[in-house]
Design a protein around this ligand. Structure first.
Ligand code: PGA
Length: 246
């Protein structure tokens, strides 16, 4: 296996009771310099990036604006989150696509801007329950990936996160068969766009109700290279159990 597993914690707009202690506990168990262990990133709310960086766990942002600067009240640029200490940024999370109408094109623009700031992008794609029901999931998600991940993607600057919308925060993860089918389709979509060499090494992770109870079964799938973890990342013990499964 040429792909080092990757596990990211997405705290969303939540903060654990003792955030520094949570980071320190993860740092004590995970050696980011050791290629034999999974790559780990924690994505806290933007205001906490600088407070939590430099403690031995890589820190990511949950979003950034596509522009470098300007009249964008309430937003932060890729360079700003990088300067605060972020090495990664989640882009195109379905909660942002839904709440702010972020389109694939808008997300692709953010990805390019993040690469300029030398951030690794975690680009999220995933189908709705209706698309899953009507049998359109694979086509819809492959199209989303093609439009959200711009030219220039490499295994070093981009990670793909497959997150079925209906599985996020629902307690109902996709089944191994559904995940396997989608990850294979996504790897094919990456191959078509970026070539076989990139497809072989690009990480494609799964997100949506991953817990210590189901992580091992999901991560054992050939084309699953780790996870994007929401709820379970708020409890460091649970998060570490998920990391161990990777
Ligand atoms: P969840 O969230 O693990 O709580 O389902 C995943 C995500 O939204 O990234």
């Amino acid at each position: 296996m040429t792909r080092r597993p990757f596990v990211a914690g997405n705290w969303k707009m939540n903060v654990p009771v003792a955030p520094e202690a949570a980071i320190d506990m993860i740092a004590s168990e995970v050696d980011s310099a050791d290629p034999g262990t999974p790559g780990v990133v924690i994505c806290p709310p933007a205001t906490m990036i600088s407070r939590l960086s430099g403690r031995g766990v890589r820190i990511g942002a949950q979003d950034c604006h596509a522009a470098a600067s300007g009249a964008h009240t309430g937003d932060v640029s890729a360079a700003m989150v990088a300067a605060a200490g972020a090495s990664h940024v989640i882009l195109g999370h379905s909660e942002r696509r839904a709440a702010y109408g972020e389109t694939d094109e808008a997300i692709a623009a953010k990805v390019k801007s993040a690469w300029k700031a030398e951030l690794t992008t975690i680009v999220c794609v995933g189908e709705s329950a209706a698309q899953r029901k009507s049998g359109d999931a694979v086509a819809a998600v492959s199209a989303q990936l093609a439009a959200s991940l711009p030219k220039g993607a490499t295994a070093a600057n981009a990670i793909v996160a497959y997150e079925p919308i209906w599985a996020i925060g629902s307690g109902e993860a996709a089944t191994p068969a559904q995940i396997d089918e989608m990850h294979k389709a996504l790897r094919e979509a990456v191959e078509k766009r970026f070539g076989g060499e990139v497809a072989k090494v690009m990480r494609i992770v799964y997100g949506g109700s991953v817990t210590p109870a189901n992580a091992a079964e999901i991560f054992a799938l050939e084309d699953v290279d780790g996870g994007l973890i929401g709820g379970a990342s708020l409890k460091p013990r649970d998060f570490l159990a998920v990391v161990k499964a990777a």
